[in-house]
Write a protein that binds this ligand. Structure first.
Ligand code: ADP
Length: 439
């Protein structure tokens, strides 16, 4: 910049000096004509290079760039350097993009980039085989024109992308796809899809195996249990000195029976995604039934109370909710020492309905709470066995609630008691008017 300024000053000074010399040698009119001619020539020079620059800019190839003279040499040199820097950055970007393209093609999962209007901006090669999206043909198309699976469209429009969805492939009926949408940037989304057919098949085999084994074990166990019961009923059939062993045999047979029943219930729940036989549940009748069962199980050892809002009814499977509520109540009884209090509550909490079981029992340490719904997870193995637990109760509860778009909340304080709450969404609730008793 400094250089350019000196050049302009030097040129102006030279022209002025030459004009003064001409004035001194001839007269002022000739000097003025000389000065004007000089200025016009100077202006023409600028216009000439400006025109060259504009022409070059129409097709800015660095190899055809003019060199320029005087001031313009500096201008062209500066543009040249800038252009070189830009082209180097562009090359770097292109090579990074190429690397990204190659890496994205190597990913076995399909990846599709959507803009805020859910139009396809980019996709990798596996997207063609898994989702039928061809980047060359389908760029700019709304994804719902190409992926017409109802569950996917619902998922995309739900804006609840925390969990993935599993769908049968519409391209290959044998395949199962797992699709996850990840929002990012300015309302953009990344759709990641993987083929989980193998995992799904293994999961099916595992489930079938458990169901078959449980089923096969049930018959011989029922026979053994039946014989033990009959023997127990026959006076003197069991000699006094083996009475102890005999009752242990009965206890263990019963334990195995409960275990098999729970395993069968769990595999039945796992094998179908949706809740069957949905209907409007008469919640008052259901809660009264659960309360009576609780009292029978407690045999008067606890103080059990029910506080229910009769204006809230529920839509779902009556058998499944009976099983879920019953499991929570039976746990409260089994894990609350004699003399403790257990209260069952049914009420609204904001938009949701909540069934909670509050006990003054053993309580659970915080570190166990997240794992309680895992199969066979017990805080205290021996206590669970003593009280006839299978370690599958909360697992069954969680499955039932997931099928009803509901969730289980657990709050507990070690040594003080626990609250297990079933939280049901608005879509599962019917609020009705209850006639007020007249005075
Ligand atoms: P289990 O058949 O062993 O009771 P669950 O799946 O029903 O199996 O419960 C898992 C574990 O959670 C239990 O073993 C117990 O340690 C703990 N638990 C469940 N409910 C309660 C409760 N109300 N109070 C204390 N601990 C509980």
């Amino acid at each position: 910049m400094q250089d350019v300024r000196w050049k302009v000053l030097w040129l102006g000074f030279t022209l002025l000096l030459a004009s003064l010399i001409v004035w001194a040698l001839t007269d002022k009119v000739i000097a003025l004509v000389f000065l004007c001619t000089g200025l016009i020539a100077y202006l023409y020079n600028h216009l000439y290079w400006l025109n060259k620059l504009l022409n070059w800019y129409k097709d800015p190839d660095i190899s055809t760039m003019p060199i320029g003279s005087g001031l313009w040499e500096n201008v062209f040199a500066a543009i040249y350097h800038e252009q070189r820097r830009h082209s180097r950055a562009l090359n770097q970007l292109n090579s990074t993009l190429e690397k990204f393209r190659l890496a994205s093609s190597a990913i076995p999962d399909a990846v599709v980039l959507l803009n805020a209007s859910n139009q396809i901006e980019w996709s990798n090669y596996p997207a063609q085989t898994l989702l039928g999206i061809d980047l060359k043909k389908d760029m700019g198309q709304p994804i719902v024109y190409l992926v017409r699976h109802l569950d996917f469209i619902k998922y995309l429009n739900s804006h609840a992308f925390k969990d993935h969805i599993k769908v049968k492939s519409w391209i290959n009926q044998e395949s199962t796809l797992e699709i996850q949408i990840i929002p990012f940037g300015n309302n953009q989304k990344l759709v990641v899809c993987k083929d989980v057919s193998q995992v799904d098949k293994l999961e099916h085999m595992r489930r079938d195996f458990i169901a078959n084994v449980s089923h096969e074990l049930r018959t011989p166990l029922t026979v053994v249990g039946g014989f033990l019961e009959t023997l127990g009923d026959i006076k003197g059939a069991v000699p006094e000195h083996i009475q102890n062993y005999f009752s242990m045999m009965q206890d263990q047979t019963n334990r195995m029976r409960y275990l098999i029943e729970d395993l069968l219930a769990l595999s039945q729940l796992e094998s179908s995604a949706n809740a069957p036989e949905e209907s409007e549940i008469d919640i008052s009748a259901l809660l009264t039934m659960v309360l009576n069962e609780a009292k029978t199980l407690s045999k008067g050892r606890h103080e059990i109370t029910l506080h229910a809002d009769p204006s809230i009814d529920l839509i779902g499977s009556p058998q499944e909710f009976h099983s879920a509520f019953g499991n929570l109540v039976s746990n409260a009884i089994r894990y609350t020492p004699d003399g403790g209090e257990i209260s069952l509550n049914w009420k609204m909490r904001g938009q949701d309905a909540v069934f909670s079981v509050v006990d003054t029992g053993l309580g659970i340490e915080q570190k166990h709470i997240d794992r309680l719904t895992e199969r066979f997870y017990r805080v205290d193995r021996s206590r669970s066995r003593q009280t006839g637990g299978t370690g599958l109760g909360l697992s069954i509860v969680k499955h039932i609630l997931t099928r009803h778009q509901s969730r289980l909340e657990i709050e507990s304080e070690f040594g003080k008691g626990s609250t297990f709450s079933v939280v049901l969404p608005k879509s599962r609730i019917i609020q009705k008017k209850v006639p007020q008793p007249t005075a």
